[in-house]
Design a protein around this ligand. Structure first.
Ligand SMILES: *[C@@H]1O[C@H](CO)[C@@H](O)[C@H](O)[C@H]1NC(C)=O
Ligand SMILES: *[C@@H]1O[C@H](CO)[C@@H](O)[C@H](O)[C@H]1NC(C)=O
Ligand SMILES: *[C@@H]1O[C@H](CO)[C@@H](O)[C@H](O)[C@H]1NC(C)=O
Ligand SMILES: *[C@@H]1O[C@H](CO)[C@@H](O)[C@H](O)[C@H]1NC(C)=O
Ligand SMILES: *[C@@H]1O[C@H](CO)[C@@H](O)[C@H](O)[C@H]1NC(C)=O
Ligand SMILES: *[C@@H]1O[C@H](CO)[C@@H](O)[C@H](O)[C@H]1NC(C)=O
Length: 444
């Protein structure tokens, strides 16, 4: 063997070893269920395209029957979507999953009908997360009538989680795959509770769609690019040490306005007006600018400023945080808010919030200011928050100081989660659109 062969062999082995080590770490906490996997097949198995390890769902549900999509369609889908579990009996059938309480999960359910029953009749049924409706699955509305998926973020309140399929019609509910991915803490947490994914884009005219293992959290990124744009890119590594742990592959390309086109990048989505949207934008400079060059721009959403005169930093990612109009909030203060651990200011003033001032606000260690004035809250400020006041937390609250109802003894009249708006103070600085995700809020 000559020396150049030897060198190549060593390099290959090194890459291989590192790959396996990384892979073993990265799937930590993942739950990947291949619903309806035949008992004769090995479980778990490694799906070769994604390198994800899927298991049979049989340990997580007792009911249902196993089905397999039409042979002619099998080559179009990854293995986990070629089989399914369907539920001809009972109204409500549930998976019982063991999860980590308080962890923010990305939960994905896949439905590939593929005429498994030979009836060519797309079913309609409801998908539930615990007691809450997640989404009505109406396969008759799909263009391809074959396959769809739903994705949502959710923080389980205990160590077990039910995902349920509920009959709403004469058609039979079914599911093809169920995937749970722990998200980086302190990333997609909102006061509104769960977020349903609307779209997640990376701006590239060359990169294939991205998921695991490129994205260690198995978020799925679609490539998107407009004719009016120019792609710029880098071969260097973008510093992604911010809380989103974004995939390198989505950050090395970016979009700028083309020379002869408009001087801005505009992206429009049609949405239904009842839905509220959360938009996560990520920026990084990917070109080494000359000393006499500056890239500077304003970022806005529907005319509302996100950042003005922003200059992206070379190879450092910026994810501006802003939340939305704080008006029109009703109901009690949602418990999810306590997970916004880096929140410094919380302005819930001038809404129709009811119930008591919750004690869990004291868990938010970075909080320096809370404005609760002009609401229908009652009771007094709980002791734990009073203790924080002594350490510098400023609380504005105009509740009835003589209200005999104390925070521990009063129950709110109505109990439902609400959209709450918070202001996140950020000291990070950021430009060119690299990628962004729009997420649809789910209020239950
Ligand atoms: C789900 O499983 C957990 C533990 O594995 C158990 O405590 C709980 O009762 C189960 N829930 C249901 C609804 O079966
Ligand atoms: C029930 O399913 C039938 C088709 O089988 C459909 O025409 C009808 O609209 C469905 N009803 C509801 C309430 O979804
Ligand atoms: C990445 O950025 C963070 C925060 O901006 C900084 O603390 C860290 O040193 C950077 N890492 C590298 C390798 O540049
Ligand atoms: C910027 O500097 C480069 C040389 O570093 C020069 O070629 C270029 O013309 C300058 N551009 C402007 C607008 O001054
Ligand atoms: C960008 O923001 C700055 C500061 O608010 C403002 O003066 C400027 O007019 C804005 N530019 C555009 C094109 O909107
Ligand atoms: C608190 O909220 C009230 C009502 O929206 C507002 O008038 C007041 O200025 C706010 N106080 C501070 C210090 O932000």
């Amino acid at each position: 063997m000559n020396s150049s062969h030897e060198l190549l062999l060593t390099a290959l082995i090194a890459t291989f070893a590192i790959f396996h080590l990384v892979q073993a770490q990265e799937q930590e906490g993942f739950i990947s269920l291949d619903c309806g996997l035949a008992p004769t097949e090995p479980s778990p198995y490694t799906e070769p395209v994604t390198t994800l390890q899927y298991s049979s769902d049989s340990n997580f549900i007792q009911s249902g029957k196993l089905g397999r999509i039409d042979t002619s369609l099998q080559t179009f889908f990854l293995k986990q979507q070629t089989t399914l579990r369907y539920f001809p009996d009972g109204i409500r059938n549930c998976y019982n999953l063991t999860v980590k309480q308080g962890t923010n999960y990305l939960i994905r359910a896949r439905f590939t009908y593929g005429n498994y029953d030979g009836r060519n009749m797309s079913p309609t049924f409801d998908l539930y997360l615990g007691p809450n409706l997640w989404k009505r699955i109406d396969m008759t509305k799909l263009q391809n009538k074959v396959s769809t998926l739903e994705e949502i973020t959710y923080i389980p309140l205990s160590n077990s989680l039910d995902v349920c399929l509920v009959k709403t019609n004469t058609t039979i509910p079914f599911i093809s795959a169920l995937e749970l991915r722990p998200l980086p803490s302190n990333s997609y947490i909102t006061t509104a509770g769960s977020l349903r994914t609307f779209v997640r884009f990376c701006f590239s005219n060359s990169v294939e769609d991205i998921r695991f293992p490129m994205d260690v959290h198995d978020r799925m990124w679609e490539s998107y690019f407009d004719d009016d744009w120019t792609q710029i890119s880098t071969s260097l590594t973008v510093n992604t040490s911010d809380s989103f742990r974004l995939p390198q592959a989505a950050l090395i390309t970016a979009a700028t306005p083309a020379k002869d086109g408009p001087s801005y990048i505009g992206i429009t989505f049609s949405t239904s007006s009842e839905e509220r949207f959360f938009i996560y934008l990520h920026f990084s400079e990917v070109q080494a600018l000359r000393a006499n060059e500056t890239r500077e721009f304003n970022i806005s959403i529907n005319g509302e400023s996100v950042a003005d005169l922003y200059r992206p930093v070379y190879l450092v990612i910026y994810s501006p945080r802003r939340k939305l109009s704080s008006k029109g909030l009703t109901g009690t203060i949602a418990a999810d808010i306590q997970y916004l651990t880096s929140l410094e200011k919380l302005d819930l003033s001038d809404n129709k919030l009811v119930g008591v001032v919750p004690e869990f606000l004291a868990n938010m260690k970075s909080l320096m200011f809370i404005n609760l004035t002009k609401n229908d809250l009652h009771g007094s400020i709980p002791q734990a928050l009073r203790d924080r006041e002594k350490k510098g937390l400023k609380i504005l609250f105009d509740g009835d100081k003589n209200d005999p109802c104390l925070s521990t003894s009063c129950n709110p009249k109505k109990k439902f989660s609400v959209m709450i708006v918070a202001i996140v103070a950020s000291t990070v600085v950021y430009t060119t659109i690299t990628n962004y995700a729009i997420r649809e809020c789910y209020v239950h």
